[in-house]
Design a protein around this ligand. Structure first.
Ligand code: UD1
Ligand code: UDP
Length: 354
């Protein structure tokens, strides 16, 4: 049997690493890289570190508007599906690459499997929310990380092909836990001590593309002071465009985006995490690090319900106030599964295609 996996952005690569290893035990996997992310630190570093096989196809789409990106991907995916004739097309998460892969397959009448199905922020202004909803509605197999995700799908009338597998991010973290434990160079190289800093990531369009929101975040980080920020290229572009880079660099340790192993090490040893990333909110929860989320909503609602994540948006005073006061009261529950989601996913795909 043949699976065609379509990926293109950093979080896609990280999630696919454990699943790809698992699938290749019993089936042929053809990897299509759309080229949505292309800088070494957002792309190849993950293939190298996590030993993901080199993609058979690279579409070289690059950056552009949502319409451009999705359209270019679709044009190229069509021909690959026609040539490869896969039994199933597999996509991850909520990026433009996810939706393009799913739509390309559905239009060619090839079953679609979606990993991280059923997530909802209920905010249609987020491009990712559109990608999630549309991908789920054209998927045949929907692998849900949580009970809430299963409920969201049911509320939209999707019950067939829905499987609660647990989250593959737990599998990914487990796979590198031991190595990340020993890897402290990223701390030493940046003059950091364990629990002596807070880690931040910012890249959501609603934060980066708005002067008001980005300047509020820069002011908050400047006041907090002990922040380390592996900067996403989108954020770097807007910090420079809005003349906020120098102020931030005066107060905060800005570093290049890091690989997954260094990122887990940075997260694990941080006092606090401030982020607008979906994946980083979840990792903070799994690692028991308090998380302040620079958004008004989240699709990872369990982390908030459990008291380990707070939503503060981009208001400077709310960010700084929460940074001072937020101390989770109880231990987090284990809501994201046992780290064996990949095995369930392989078995379900095998059964479906038998
Ligand atoms: C995309 C995803 C987002 C995900 C994020 C992970 C969509 C709609 N968004 O957002 O869900 O959280 O990836 O990081 O799919 N750029 C570079 N080099 C690169 C890639 C991007 O410089 O290798 C710059 C370009 O200026 C580009 C901008 O970043 O225009 C945004 O890139 P894009 O892939 O469109 O969206 P992300 O913000 O990365
Ligand atoms: N990540 C990383 N290096 C970084 C920043 C993030 O490896 O410099 C990892 C992070 O640990 C998580 C994933 O990237 O596994 C999250 O991706 P991102 O924040 O880009 O996207 P999102 O999850 O918001 O879609």
């Amino acid at each position: 049997m043949k699976v065609l996996t379509v990926v293109g952005a950093r979080p896609n690569f990280i999630k696919m690493a454990p699943v790809s290893r698992e699938l290749q035990k019993s089936m042929t996997e053809v990897i299509v890289h759309t080229g949505q992310h292309y800088d070494y630190e957002l792309d190849k570093i993950f293939f190298d570190e996590l030993q993901i096989p080199a993609p058979e196809y690279h579409l070289g789409v690059g950056s552009g508007s949502h319409g451009y990106q999705t359209g270019e991907m679709l044009k190229k995916i069509d021909g690959i599906i026609a040539h490869e004739k896969p039994d199933i097309v597999l996509v991850y998460g909520d990026t433009n690459s996810t939706f393009a892969g799913a739509l390309g397959a559905a239009k060619m009448h090839v079953p679609v499997a979606h990993i991280e199905a059923g997530l909802r922020s209920f905010d249609r202004r987020m491009p990712e929310e559109i990608n999630r909803v549309l991908t789920d509605h054209i998927s045949d197999l929907l692998f849900c990380p949580t009970q809430a995700a299963v409920r969201h799908l049911a509320a939209e009338g999707i019950t067939e092909g829905v499987h609660l597998t647990g989250d593959v991010s737990v599998d990914a973290m487990k796979a590198v836990a031991e190595i990340a434990e020993k890897r402290t160079d990223v701390l030493a190289d940046n003059g950091l001590s364990k629990k002596g800093y807070s880690l931040a990531t910012v890249h959501r369009a609603e934060n980066t593309d708005s002067y008001l929101n980005l300047s509020n975040i820069v002011d908050a980080f400047s006041e907090i002071g002990d922040v380390v920020l592996p900067v996403h290229p989108r954020t770097e572009k807007y910090l420079k465009k809005f003349n906020l880079w120098d102020q931030l660099a005066d107060h905060v340790k800005i570093i290049r985006p890091v690989g997954y192993l260094d990122m887990i090490t940075l997260e694990k040893n941080a006092r606090m995490i401030l982020t607008d990333s979906g994946g980083v909110q979840k990792e903070a929860y799994i690692l028991n690090i308090p998380c302040i989320t620079l958004r008004e909503n989240t699709e990872w609602v369990e982390t908030v319900a459990d008291g380990w994540n707070v939503l503060v948006g981009s208001d400077k005073d709310r960010i700084v106030g929460m940074y001072r006061d937020f101390r989770p009261a109880s231990s987090p529950k284990n809501v994201f599964g046992d780290g064996n989601a990949r095995t369930r996913i392989r078995e379900i795909i095998e059964e479906y295609s038998a």
